[in-house]
Design a protein around this ligand. Sequence first.
Ligand code: SAM
Length: 262
Amino acid sequence: MTNRPRRRVDRTHLEALLGRLGLFPVEVPSLAELIELLTGLSDPPGADENFSRFRELQENVLTACTGDDPETLEERFLELYAHLHTHEAPYTRGERRSVDASGGYWAHAGGLSPILRAGPWLGPGTRSVDLGAGNGLQGLLMQKLHPHRSCCQVEISGAMVEIGRRLQHWLRIPPDRIEWRVADVMKTPLGGWDFVYLYRPVRPNGPGRVFYERLSEALAAESGQVVVFSIADCLGDFLPPAFDRFFSDGHLTCYRKPPTNR
Ligand SMILES: C[S@@+](CC[C@H](N)C(=O)[O-])C[C@H]1O[C@@H](n2cnc3c(N)ncnc32)[C@H](O)[C@@H]1O
């Protein structure tokens, strides 16, 4: 890894640019922070093997930050994000059998919007989870942007979790803030979370149905507030009426159950 002269983004110009994208007001400072973070880091560990285009894509973002076109900046940043997320999960033969048996989805990216909108729901005491986390990028960036008590990352691919552990170190997230669990969501214990993020780890028809039934039951049994961010939502049909659907744009759907013990 060679040292490069640091190029810093001008935060005022950056926020002014992002302000022209038509985002929700809450998203602008979070996106600016994320851009500042990922353009200020050296190459991620394992760059040659897993993130060979990181430096090139990072340079593209830095260049777009000095320009005057917010759409170009957004596009360039999404390319960098997608590269870090990686969509090809390396599965062992056994892991692939489990994914196929539960009708599991492969490692498509949930996108930036859940990360940018989660802030109001993540406080110092929050225990979050990403069910089917891939390399955990979503939870890592949520933890970095909105520090909270713990983030549990459940993923069937052990290799993806190993990449995620290295990303955690790179992002300087303390060890006790992330719990990595190499596990099948069909079998792992569910519950004990106040903020649940998921992007269809398994299909809701066929064997995967049981997962959504178990998850709904576990979340309904929580006495405190529970917030769910669900991408390409499959969980909603299983949640009891106590869960209020307070947002949906077809991609991200959000639910909230108020506390029941106060
Ligand atoms: C659509 S991706 C979502 C990745 C990430 N959560 C996001 O939103 O960007 C679904 C993830 O679920 C994982 N997965 C599929 N079946 C699973 C299972 N039975 N148990 C645990 N994880 C599973 C896949 O390996 C993949 O990483």
